[in-house]
Design a protein around this ligand. Structure first.
Ligand code: C2E
Ligand code: C2E
Ligand code: C2E
Length: 87
């Protein structure tokens, strides 16, 4: 449903992210690549990012953090457990 709670633990599935079309996930993919570069963390299958980053990404996607959480779960980029209401 809309109005879901935003994810509290954001662990991005990088393999899934690479499978999705760039016109959908381009901004997220660039953001994740920038964080990997800043950390020097290139070898992971997943990338843990700050909850603050979800708020920034939501602005980029013109959604609320809760709506973006739902979108990322539906794309398979976040696991369903990322949503606090399902824990
Ligand atoms: P976890 O947080 O559930 O992470 C499980 C595994 O996912 C990690 O195993 C690692 O292989 C991968 N992973 C998660 N986030 C990232 C990421 O941003 N980059 C990369 N490259 N891999 C990631 P690992 O490293 O053996 O860690 C096992 C557990 O140890 C973690 O479980 C967590 O509970 C703890 N841990 C490891 N590093 C940290 C850390 O920097 N901070 C905290 N608080 N716990 C950590
Ligand atoms: P910074 O914010 O000044 O953080 C410096 C170092 O503190 C990081 O180096 C990391 O070792 C540690 N650190 C800071 N916050 C956390 C945290 O929540 N968990 C853990 N486990 N460690 C933390 P690192 O990883 O080499 O990152 C270098 C710089 O890259 C950071 O400097 C920051 O500017 C940026 N960065 C890295 N990861 C992220 C991220 O997920 N989101 C954002 N917005 N920036 C990030
Ligand atoms: P984590 O390392 O288990 O950290 C959990 C929470 O503890 C972070 O949630 C943040 O609220 C706080 N925290 C940990 N280290 C620091 C720190 O050095 N400075 C500050 N101000 N707070 C800290 P948050 O921000 O949502 O980050 C979630 C996860 O994203 C972290 O889990 C870590 O796995 C990853 N992460 C975030 N920033 C960095 C970073 O700069 N470098 C690396 N390597 N990982 C990061």
């Amino acid at each position: 449903p809309s109005g879901s709670e935003p994810a509290t633990k954001i662990v991005i599935n990088l393999e899934r992210l690479q499978q999705l079309p760039a016109d959908k996930v381009g901004p997220l993919a660039r953001y994740a690549a920038a964080i990997q570069s800043q950390r020097g963390d290139y070898n992971g299958k997943v990338l843990s990012i700050r909850s603050e980053d979800l708020r920034s990404l939501a602005i980029i996607y013109d959604m609320t953090p809760g709506e973006l959480t739902d979108q990322l779960i539906s794309w398979g980029v976040l696991p369903p457990e990322a949503r606090p209401s399902s824990q």
